[in-house]
Design a binder for this molecule. Structure first.
Ligand SMILES: Cc1ncc(COP(=O)(O)O)c(C=O)c1O
Length: 293
């Protein structure tokens, strides 16, 4: 990663909670960490009480990874010393990240550089307009064979700076976005109950605003995902695992999630009729897939 730090990956349980016992052992063996990153996967709160107690015991700061959370919609992201949000994943904003920190750490947070910011934001807006027009013409934007993301280095942070206006504008929509996402999730859950996959958690806990619909299949997901995309469903899978995790025999749960989890879209702009159609397509495509697996 090129950063002046040592990274250690920790094991997680079937509900993606850190394996505290393994972390304690790791801290005993290799020395206590300076920081622990706790991920609130798919908008579901992770074990904050466990993280707080671990961090206090070993003297580490807690960083909450809130990339999957709807910013401004809950108190998540305020317990740790720092929290990192990715508003562009859930709201209509250009690619930007938001770093929040406890007051005592304010002096460590630098403003991002401004150069190239306007260009990056303008490109995002032009792409959204083109995408909206093509989708309006029934063009299957998601059927393209592969997705690739180009890292823009420092302009990543710069784009965030220029996008603040968009971000603040999008924050005003948080309430209706939350309502729509919950509704889409619950509808999909009711339609997929009894289908071949398994939900990440059986019910959507109160106050959870889902990032996506995490659906765990009983067989590898890759073929099914390709077919769903060809049918116009912009579903995704777990991102590529770091080599260190891939080759660690103990990282069984992470590899299993990478292999079998599909994230179905429950975005606020997906209409009830479309959620209904998506559920039908998923049932047909994936049950077929699993039988053939
Ligand atoms: C849990 C989690 N944290 C952090 C990130 C990185 O977010 P970004 O792409 O906004 O840098 C991702 C990206 O998918 C993620 O899934």
């Amino acid at each position: 990663m090129g950063l002046p730090m040592d990274l250690a990956f920790y094991e997680v349980t079937q509900t993606l909670v850190p394996s505290w016992e393994q972390l304690e052992n790791l801290a005993r063996r290799s020395g206590p960490p300076d920081a622990l990153v706790l991920v609130h996967y798919f908008g579901f709160p992770n074990d904050l009480a466990g993280a707080d107690s671990f961090c206090r015991r070993v003297g580490a700061i807690l960083i909450e990874d809130c990339a999957h959370l709807l910013p401004g919609a809950s108190a998540l992201g305020t317990l740790g010393s720092f929290a990192i949000f990715s508003p562009w994943k859930v709201l209509a904003t250009p690619m930007l990240g938001v770093l929040t920190g406890a007051k005592e750490y304010e002096r460590f947070i630098a403003a991002p550089p401004l150069h190239r910011a306007v260009g990056a934001t303008a490109r995002w807006y032009a792409k959204r307009l083109a995408q909206r027009a093509l989708i309006g013409l029934q063009f299957n934007w998601y059927a393209r064979a592969s997705f690739s993301t180009k890292r823009l280095g420092s302009s990543w942070a710069a784009a965030a700076h220029a996008a603040v206006w968009w971000y603040e504008r999008a924050l005003a929509t948080v309430e209706s976005v939350a309502r729509q996402r919950i509704q889409n999730y619950q509808y999909l859950a009711s339609k997929l109950a009894g289908a071949s996959g398994k939900f990440f958690l059986d019910a959507l806990p109160l106050n959870v605003i889902p990032y996506a619909f995490p659906y765990l299949l009983s067989a590898s997901v890759s073929q099914g995902v390709r077919k769903l995309r060809q049918k116009g469903i912009p579903c995704s899978t777990w991102p590529e695992l770091p080599q260190q995790v891939k080759s660690d025999p103990k990282a069984r749960v992470a590899r299993d999630f990478a292999d079998r989890l599909v994230l179905l879209p429950i975005h606020q702009n997906v209409k009830p009729r479309q959620v209904h159609e998506m559920a039908e397509i998923v049932r047909q495509t994936l049950s077929h897939e699993q039988r053939g697996a």
